[in-house]
Unconditional design. Structure first.
Length: 321
């Protein structure tokens, strides 16, 4: 156990080892450096990195504050600068450059986060890649700023994920899923066995985001007792496997359909969807979507955008909705 008692601690990238847990006690805060150069290089550029480790994690009643905006911010939107993105200390002068992520779990097993308050990520907050048995319990993520790409959770090529009793407030997506590298050329094992229970999410963009031309195959996804408070820029559940949503909106990142991305066994149990934003947008395109179940869910009236369900190979079932 690496124990941090009450106090403030400043750091750049931390690499956690196997069989080590970092504990941040009540009254303690770990603060991220404002210097971009303190965070190493690609591809694991983040505040805290789990790289090929087992049985490790973060826990405690304290906080980790990356203080990511504006010093470590990254955005894809065009600007009118002269191309010099940062000053000598690494502060962003325009929206170009590579963003620094918060917490990367790469090719690891049995990594857990518990009880912490994770504040002000610069880019994707928690990014899980090629890992197994990742879990969080009672984690609170607060990153809502005047910026995009501060997703709470991003996943690719991983399985057996458990997220319980959490909260997230961000400017971008709460849960986003992406295609990763498969075990063999052309193969992507995707996401399997993904469970969220007892969660409140408050986001500007989307609660669940799957698409952008790079959706992975996903099997066995379950959301239980999850409250989608607001997502007024898009939808609580936003699945777009073709560019249809982007037509006329100028998003070049959505200009191609997702391939080899079947979605199977999605279950939403006792979830609530409030008014501030759209509830559900599902565009399956040519991909098979099977066994989508909404059970005992509450959809509040007057959503700002109507729901949508379309695709050539869509099979759905609904019970007690």
């Amino acid at each position: 156990m690496l124990f941090f008692p009450a106090g403030a601690y400043l750091t750049g990238t931390l690499f956690l080892r196997s069989n080590v847990k970092l504990y941040v006690d009540a009254g303690a805060v770990i603060r991220g450096s404002s210097k971009n150069t303190d965070y190493g290089g690609k591809p694991l550029r983040a505040l805290i990195v789990f790289d090929n480790v087992e049985n490790a994690g973060l826990m405690g009643r304290g906080a980790i504050d990356m203080e990511g905006y504006p010093w470590l911010w990254h955005d894809f939107q065009p600007d009118t600068s002269d191309g010099h993105a940062r000053d000598a200390d690494g502060k962003v002068l325009d929206p170009h450059g590579t963003g620094v992520r918060g917490y990367v779990v790469y090719n690891s097993r049995n990594v857990s986060f518990q009880d912490l308050l994770l504040l002000r990520g610069a880019y994707w907050t928690v990014h899980v890649i090629g890992s197994e048995n990742f879990s969080t319990r009672n984690i609170k993520i607060v990153s809502r700023k005047q910026q995009y790409h501060d997703d709470a959770y991003d996943f690719s090529t991983s399985k057996h994920i458990s997220i319980e009793d959490g909260f997230a407030m961000t400017m971008d997506d709460t849960w986003a899923f992406y295609r990763g590298r498969g075990a063999r050329p052309g193969e992507d094992p995707g996401i399997e066995d993904f469970v969220v229970k007892g969660f409140v999410n408050y986001t500007y963009t989307a609660g669940i985001a799957i698409g952008y031309g790079g959706a992975p195959p996903i099997r066995h996804l379950r959301f239980e007792d999850v409250h989608f408070v607001t997502n007024h820029n898009k939808y609580a559940i936003w699945i777009q496997l073709t560019p249809a949503y982007f037509t006329g909106r100028g998003y070049s990142s959505g200009a191609r359909p997702s391939q080899n991305a079947p979605l199977e066994d999605f279950r939403f149990i006792r979830c609530t969807f409030e008014n501030d934003g759209g509830h559900i947008y599902i565009d399956g395109g040519d991909q098979p979507l099977t066994n989508f179940v909404f059970e005992d869910c509450t959809f509040y009236f007057r959503a700002t955008r109507p729901g949508m369900l379309m695709g050539k190979n869509v099979g759905t079932s609904c019970s007690r909705t």
